[in-house]
Design a protein around this ligand. Structure first.
Ligand SMILES: *[C@@H]1O[C@H](CO)[C@@H](O)[C@H](O)[C@H]1NC(C)=O
Ligand SMILES: *[C@@H]1O[C@H](CO)[C@@H](O)[C@H](O)[C@H]1NC(C)=O
Length: 360
């Protein structure tokens, strides 16, 4: 019976040993599976991505106001103003993100029910306050960073026209990139034409306009020298473009690197955290659209990089260290087990001896 038990025990011991070895091998080799774009030699690191201010600097001032764009230019050195354009009843392009049912409700003090721009003239839009909401709601918990003067300035912001933004862009030599909203029930094919006309009349360098709206793109391409920006790769390749603007989660790191090698300019939105910006920087992104330009502007390097050779050295040293430790533990276990076994046998002898003695 003792022998059979030992055979079974040997079998399960063997199984445990195999599982143990497989798991250990996996753990020791898993650094081979870890890829980070920031495992990179410093000399291979690309230039810091440009910053595009998402509706300006929306943590420092109410979004899509002149104060917001002004601060993004002077304090964050953004390379582009990112904004949203809609048309008023009297055909003036103005800056406002929300459309559909939320139109004007979140970011102005409107009390009337209006559902799109072409129900109000630009003069009527100008009477609305577009900044008090920011100080009251504090959407990014950053209002405490503003001085009293800045708070007062914020509370006095109005809805800007696209023309006003273009003047600011001319002053700072900043690019302008925007979505053009045509609310469904107020759709008007002339929106593109009127927006293009406003831009051409402003006299801004046409290469500063990053044209994003896909609708009527052919007309815009023929009528202007704007840079064409595409929202997906298939459209970009089809149109022979070289600028891509996509959500950061839509591209893998390898894809970003590949596009960068092919001289495609890649802008990624909306990137607010330092760690994410660091990764995209290591990957070679050309620019990012951000809410936190004041944070990213201060970064001189990605938060973390490591040369691949240093990384390799570290994990090999750690692996060798753990293998030696395991071997040491095994040897220790085996030795103590062995001596306990021998002690056990002597105990049996000691315990059985008196019995035998009494019998005798
Ligand atoms: C505005 O619209 C909302 C919902 O669409 C409605 O509940 C509300 O009564 C309307 N207000 C006015 C003043 O018409
Ligand atoms: C790419 O963008 C164009 C224009 O917005 C759109 O019509 C098309 O469906 C998109 N293609 C893909 C694969 O998303």
């Amino acid at each position: 019976m003792g022998y059979r038990k030992t055979a079974k025990q040997l079998g399960s011991k063997f199984l445990i040993a195999v599982v143990f070895l497989v798991v250990s091998a996996f753990i020791l080799l898993c650094p081979l599976l870890i890829h980070s774009p920031c495992l990179i030699d410093v000399e291979d690191l690309k230039a810091k991505p440009d910053l595009f201010g998402h509706r300006g600097a929306p943590m420092l001032a109410p979004e899509n106001t002149l104060m917001s764009f002004n601060r993004s230019a002077t304090e964050c050195n953004v390379k582009a103003f990112e904004t949203d354009v809609q048309l008023s009843k009297d055909r003036i392009p103005f800056l406002m993100h929300d459309h559909k049912s939320e139109f004007l409700k979140r970011t102005t003090n409107i009390t009337k029910n209006v559902s799109c721009g072409n129900q109000l003239t630009f003069d009527e839009l100008k009477t609305l306050n577009a900044g008090e909401w920011f100080v009251e709601k504090d959407p990014f918990y950053t209002v405490h960073l503003l001085t009293e003067n800045q708070k007062n300035d914020a509370k006095m912001q109005a809805i800007p026209s696209l023309q006003e933004l273009l003047e600011l862009a001319k002053q700072h030599n900043t690019k302008v990139i925007f979505d053009l909203y045509h609310p469904e029930h107020c759709d008007d094919n002339k929106d593109t034409v009127d927006t293009v006309t406003t831009i051409l009349r402003s006299g801004i360098d046409q290469k500063l306009i990053y044209w994003l709206p896909p609708k009527n793109r052919d007309y815009v391409k023929n009528a202007t020298d704007f840079i064409q920006i595409y929202g997906n790769e298939s459209e970009m390749f089809q149109e022979n473009g070289s600028h891509l603007n996509v959500k950061y989660s839509q591209l893998t790191i390898d894809k970003i690197r590949k596009l960068q090698e092919d001289n495609i300019k890649v802008n990624l939105y909306v990137v607010n955290e330092r760690w994410l910006f660091s990764l995209l920087w290591c990957a070679g992104a050309s620019s990012v659209t951000t809410n936190s330009c004041q944070v990213l502007n201060k970064m001189r390097n990605p938060d973390w990089t490591m040369a691949p050779s240093v990384y390799r050295m570290i994990w090999i040293l750690v692996d060798v260290g753990s293998i030696l430790t395991m071997i040491g533990l095994f040897v220790y276990q085996w030795k103590t087990n062995d001596s306990r076994h021998r002690e056990g046998r002597t105990n049996v002898l000691l315990w059985t001896m008196p019995d035998n003695a009494s019998v005798v």
